[in-house]
Design a protein around this ligand. Structure first.
Ligand SMILES: *[C@@H]1O[C@H](CO)[C@@H](O)[C@H](O)[C@H]1NC(C)=O
Ligand SMILES: *[C@@H]1O[C@H](CO)[C@@H](O)[C@H](O)[C@H]1NC(C)=O
Length: 447
């Protein structure tokens, strides 16, 4: 019953999407661009007296796009555009140095490349504001911070020749996190290294930002040489024990969803009222929670735990997520759950044979990953179950650290937004980054 309605709703959601205007497709430098969900914020907080206590300052943060948000807090920011070999135009955001500490541009600073998860964007790393958001903390600590945006999200919704808004030709959306790892990450990493003159950078990824890294480092092992170390927050590769309702109901139908979606000609996932209503009813049935939570696809997928949630900043989270994805990104995770393997996208046997030379897709060879990988995981993560993380740790070529968060309620989104993320996760992670930097022989830049 639930399974069937999921598919119907997903397809319906896709069909309805076609009319949405694509603000992001306009020139990215356009000063009038707002946050990914600014219109929704207008609607939600514009009329209801109920929400009048939200401060104007918070609502402003909820509506600004990432570069303007960073500027508002007097941090230096740069926009960079990277074109992938297959034509996607990706927008990166850089915070080259701190505001209070380490606040001068310097040559040779260590580079932290930070990569967001599913339905997210570079906004994840700044929306909590100075002192709380990871990108600012890294900049204050002396890192040159580069934030990626995967193809298809709000900031990277452009292509040399394909139109993301075309209803007739949805080729733009023919990708999963396989392509994000295979093409986007290498292009952004090469660009970042060229721009900074460095030979290596530190990779920090959350969720799908870790999945895509494992894809890159196994399919294109030469990139292992360009990474000092990989910090994997809430790492996702194997999904046998995934407890996510939305994904688990989708999993057996992963290929059908894709087929249905492409039949009607649209490949982008955008949450809309139909999906929200269904999912909200299923997930929020017995709980008294703030309604927008029940209709936000990201929270529905990643799970919710109240303890680490900064309620003041809730409107800002709603303003910047969800930030867009292709149907195939979800379908590929669905396949991972269904097949219980971490392998390439299953296009169906005929096309698999053309693409991979075999009827079934090959597994990603994790033994080819030679970058030192540090896995940071927690007990209450519905997406990255502790048992799946352990399996990943055992199968990785060079996993060197496995760190369990010392708080049993810590959950998937807390790795980027948790009130105690700094003390429970990031402080240790940053120590590991400095330690691995020193091992590289680049210690001279540390004061
Ligand atoms: C919530 O975020 C705001 C903005 O960064 C910060 O000032 C405040 O201290 C945070 N609250 C908690 C409980 O961490
Ligand atoms: C884990 O999180 C869920 C909400 O996602 C919550 O209901 C549950 O109590 C939490 N469990 C633990 C052990 O913290």
């Amino acid at each position: 019953m639930i399974m069937r309605s999921t598919i119907a709703i997903l397809v319906f959601a896709c069909a309805v999407w076609g009319t949405t205007a694509a603000a992001a497709a306009a020139a990215a430098a356009d000063a009038r661009r707002r946050s990914a969900q600014a219109d929704y914020i207008d609607e939600l907080y514009g009329t209801e007296d109920l929400y009048a206590r939200v401060s104007d300052n918070v609502l402003e943060d909820a509506r600004l796009d990432v570069p303007d948000l960073i500027r508002k807090y007097n941090y230096p920011v740069e926009q960079h555009f990277v074109t992938t070999p297959d034509g996607y135009i990706l927008e990166m955001h850089r915070i080259p140095h701190g505001r209070d500490a380490n606040n001068r541009p310097e040559e040779g600073k260590p580079v932290a490349f930070v990569m967001h998860g599913l339905l997210s964007s570079s906004a994840d790393w700044v929306l909590l504001g100075p002192g709380c958001a990871l990108a600012y903390i890294l900049a204050e600590q002396g890192f040159d911070v580069w934030m990626g945006n995967a193809r298809g999200n709000y900031y990277s919704r452009r292509h040399r020749s394909l139109n993301p808004d075309s209803i007739r030709n949805t080729k733009f959306w023919d990708f999963s996190w396989d392509e994000i790892g295979h093409f986007d990450l290498p292009a952004m990493i090469d660009y970042t290294l060229a721009a900074t003159g460095k030979s290596k950078l530190h990779y920090v990824g959350h969720s799908q930002g870790t999945t895509a890294f494992f894809v890159m480092a196994s399919l294109r092992p030469e990139y292992n040489e360009k990474i000092v170390a990989m910090q994997a927050l809430a790492p996702v590769a194997f999904m046998q024990y995934n407890k996510n309702l939305l994904f688990n109901t989708m999993a057996p139908f992963a290929r059908n969803i894709n087929k249905l979606a492409s039949t009607i000609g649209v490949g982008e996932v955008l949450p809309n009222n139909y999906l929200m209503t269904w999912a909200g009813q299923s997930v929020c049935m017995d709980e008294v929670v703030f309604q927008p939570l029940c209709t936000n696809m990201l929270f529905l997928m990643a799970g919710w735990s109240e303890g680490q949630h900064n309620a003041t900043m809730f409107p800002v989270k709603l303003g910047h997520t969800p930030a867009g994805a292709a149907v195939r990104q979800l379908a590929h995770y669905g396949q991972s759950i269904h097949e219980n393997e971490f392998r390439r996208y299953d296009h169906g046997s005929r096309q698999n044979r053309n693409l991979y030379g075999s009827r079934t897709p090959p597994s990603y060879n994790l033994k080819r990953i030679t970058t030192p990988v540090f896995l940071h995981y927690s007990d209450n993560d519905s997406f990255a179950d502790t048992r799946d993380v352990r399996r990943l740790y055992e199968e990785l070529g060079a996993a060197v650290g496995l760190f369990r968060v010392q708080l049993s309620t810590f959950s998937h989104l807390d790795f980027m937004w948790g009130i105690d993320a700094k003390t429970l996760v990031w402080d240790r992670m940053i120590n590991l980054m400095w330690a691995t930097e020193a091992l590289e022989g680049n210690a001279q830049s540390i004061e």
